[in-house]
Design a protein around this ligand. Structure first.
Ligand SMILES: [Zn+2]
Length: 310
């Protein structure tokens, strides 16, 4: 079972005026490719394109509507996960699963009701910030300010715990990261982040942050984008360096995948699109990763968090 915790394919499909259900010649992801790659659950991020003139909230509502339009046409093959019960139903079926997420807490516009509106739309995870400052906290691009969770940010985390939404700490600046870990009662995810010790990038997690997520029994989704993996060479080799490091540091219970497909054009050789997964699995086997470890990284670790939070 493979779970991928992050893609920007809803935005990609919307902007490219194509359907997620149709095999596309462009982009990195669509449902036919998801099925052939053997992905059981894909997290679909609703990500407001910050260059657009509409407000982030309005963009996310439009993307959510776009997702739902296609979901309603594809319910024979896809199931949206909105509860523990729907997760169990999915695991018992041949369908592929979708978990709707929102990337960037600016969409809440400082209003807790918007969080609940997004929940009612099916959203089950919120990435608290993108790279910039919002009403919740500072993103990694604002690292130098030292700003952590705001009072509103604290309300958001508490409410997410209460209603059963997964708190996502990818993109948040470090002070806010530690505030979240202290406050949040449930396991957290970093849906699409790598190791800073392996590749020094502000979007990647320090060893202390990785240990912090492990202590919360959370999970880190490895990002496949060259900017965060290391900028040269074979994609699978670079991915392996991050997997090796994180497993050495905290063991194999806290790692997963969050490819970030359709969120970038900057992919390394050998990682073309979502159909890479079967090859990635045989690559790990060849590198002597145990079957139990591979199963954990591919999906079981993330499933543990879904079971705990939903
Ligand atoms: Zn992102």
């Amino acid at each position: 079972m493979i779970i991928d915790m992050h893609c920007d394919s809803v935005l990609g499909a919307f902007q490219g005026n194509r359907k997620l259900t149709d095999r596309a010649q462009v982009g990195h992801f669509d449902l036919p490719r998801m099925q052939s790659a053997g992905i059981k659950i894909q997290f679909f991020a609703l990500f407001p394109d910050i260059t657009a003139s509409l407000s982030p909230l309005r963009q996310v509502l439009i993307l959510g509507d776009y997702f739902w339009e296609q979901y309603e046409e594809s319910q024979e093959i896809m199931q949206l996960i909105t509860s523990h019960q729907s997760l169990l139903q999915l695991l018992d079926s041949k369908k592929c699963g979708a978990l709707l997420t929102v990337e960037g807490g600016e969409v809440l516009e400082g209003d807790l009701r918007m969080l609940r509106v997004l929940y009612r739309m099916g959203g089950r995870s919120l990435c608290l910030t993108w790279n910039h400052r919002n009403e919740i906290a500072d993103g990694v691009a604002e690292m130098q300010t030292g700003g952590g969770l705001t009072l509103f940010g604290r309300e958001v985390v508490r409410e997410m715990n209460k209603i059963g939404m997964i708190v996502d700490v990818s993109h948040i600046a470090e002070k806010g990261f530690w505030d979240v870990l202290e406050l949040c009662e449930a396991p957290v995810i970093a849906s699409h982040s790598n190791s800073q010790a392996v590749w020094d990038h502000p979007r990647n997690l320090t060893d202390e942050q990785i240990k912090g997520i492990a202590q919360k029994k959370g999970v880190i989704g490895l990002n496949f984008v060259a900017d965060f993996l290391g900028e040269q060479g074979s994609g699978l080799d670079q991915l392996l360096r991050h997997i090796d490091h994180i497993c050495d540091l905290v063991g194999d219970d806290y790692l997963g995948f969050g490819s970030d497909f359709d969120g970038t054009d900057n992919l390394l050789a050998g990682i073309d699109d979502v159909t890479i997964y079967p090859e990635l699995i045989s690559f790990l086997k060849k590198r002597n990763y145990k079957d139990t470890t591979i199963r954990k990284i591919c999906g079981e670790n993330c499933l543990r968090v879904l079971n705990a939070v939903l």
